[in-house]
Design a protein around this ligand. Structure first.
Ligand code: PLP
Length: 438
């Protein structure tokens, strides 16, 4: 099939999280990807500084994934997973359980991070109900969080533009304060101060009563807002409060998962085991949409054993849950991670990556830099309306041959785990040259 890309063939698509009118006047299209590089429709080479959108951890164009997908399509394209199944999803669940911490060994599949979050929230409510505490319906989120765009994730999320247009959201959601303190500027890794902010959860308990609270959801590193690394002791403190009051702790690992923070998940990087973990982005290396939630065995057992034998235990699932082709892509991706030891590689590359990014701190326009693992964010001083300069910089970087994600005036960088140090030099040189023009 030929895909046309002249201006009047672009008008039918309503693009997500995009300035549609601006884009259609001057489109930025990619037509090819290989390794850490992409190529535009004009033939220009672009360094992928953000792994697509934090998902292409093993680099673009992996033949192992293509082959697994093709084989699966040739053999069995689709079967429902409501009351039936197919082998690839069971194998992928087994592989995920092997790298999750503790007994987070029961895996539910969906198609995106947003669905993973809503699945985790619904299961939290169902779990408490199954164990006879159906009054626990409140969910605690956090300011500046991003948990996707469905109503559950939007409600527990804390980024104003993602919320204010869309009504009131879920009832019974409360938010803790975010963890970004003024003294955290230019801190590399975990800040020393701020653990006490976890006591906001205790305040929710004191205000609403523990018996009304089902779960607390946080990203180990708050991602989309611009990588807020958790203060030392913060996640441990959240864990302790949750334990004290039988509140489920959910880590949204959609960005942190699969090596991004130098371990399989943020849970292991920060040494805190949650009760449920959402994941999506690097699960299939971005090749096929897929999300998942890993739950502690006890959560599964409680819900499953509360139903009569032969009855459906959880009235939740998606037509494409555990899709055979996505599962095949997932298995091939996980195999690459093991064979190439990419999580360890990310940990080894992290110091060089952070050195490179933090070298930009002397630029007058740069107001803060944060980083952990292979994640880094650079804040630039706003110019006029917040986000205007960020938008300009994103376009200039694209013209200069670098793909990044902008959130407002923050440049988010998250290179593929297969990157080499020379790619960090190339990336930083491009950012520097662009920022120096401002
Ligand atoms: C932490 C987190 N949760 C959920 C999501 C939503 O994922 P998706 O865009 O696949 O729905 C994202 C996406 O960036 C995310 O970063």
């Amino acid at each position: 099939m030929n895909y046309h890309t002249t201006a009047n063939t672009l008008e039918h698509l309503w693009m997500p999280f995009t300035a549609n009118r601006d884009f259609k006047e001057n489109p930025r299209l990619f037509v090819k990807g290989q390794g850490v590089y992409l190529w535009t429709h004009k033939g220009d080479q672009v360094l992928d500084g953000v792994s697509g959108l934090f998902c292409v951890a093993a680099g673009h164009g992996r033949p192992e994934i293509r082959d697994a997908v093709m084989r699966q399509l040739d053999t069995l394209d689709y079967v429902p997973h409501f009351q039936f199944g197919a082998p690839p999803s069971f194998e992928l669940a087994r592989r995920i359980a092997a790298i999750t911490p503790g007994d987070l060994n029961r895996v539910f599949f969906c198609n995106s991070g947003s669905e993973a979050v809503d699945t985790a929230l619904k299961v939290a409510l169902a779990y408490h109900r199954a164990r006879g505490e159906g009054t626990r319906t409140r969910i605690v989120g956090r300011e500046r969080a991003y948990h996707g765009v469905n109503f559950g994730g939007m409600s527990v999320g804390g980024m104003v533009n993602n919320r204010k247009t869309f009504g009131l959201g879920l009832p019974g959601v409360v938010h803790m304060r975010h963890t970004q303190l003024p003294e955290h500027k230019f801190v590399r890794g975990q800040p020393e101060t701020g653990a006490l902010l976890a006591d906001d959860l205790q305040r929710m308990v004191d205000l609403h009563g523990a018996d009304t609270i089902a779960a607390c959801i946080v990203e180990p590193v708050a991602g989309s807002i611009g990588f807020l690394v958790p203060p030392k002791g913060y996640l441990e403190r959240l864990r302790a409060i949750c334990d004290r009051h039988s509140i489920l702790l959910i880590f949204d690992e959609v960005i942190c998962g699969f090596g991004r923070v130098g371990k399989a998940f943020g849970a292991q990087a920060f040494g805190v085991t949650p009760d449920a973990m959402t994941m999506a982005k690097a699960l299939t290396n971005g090749a096929i949409p897929m999300g998942a939630v890993a739950f502690r065995e006890g959560i599964y057992d409680t819900i499953v054993n509360s139903a009569a034998p032969g009855a459906i235990e959880l009235f939740h699932g998606y037509t494409y849950s555990a899709h055979p082709v996505a599962s095949a892509a997932g298995c091939a991706t996980q195999e690459i991670y093991v064979q190439e030891r990419l999580f360890e590689r990310a940990a080894k590359l992290s110091p060089a990556f952070l050195d490179a990014v933090f070298s930009l701190r002397e630029l007058p326009i740069v107001t803060d830099i944060r980083g952990y693992g292979l994640l880094a964010a650079i804040d630039v001083a706003p110019l006029g309306t917040p986000g205007t300069r960020g938008f300009q910089i994103m376009k200039q970087l694209y013209e200069a041959g670098l793909l990044v994600k902008m959130t407002g005036d923050a440049i988010l960088i998250s290179p593929p785990l297969v990157s080499e140090e020379k790619h960090f030099d190339e990336l930083v040189a491009k950012v520097k040259a662009t920022l120096q023009k401002h």
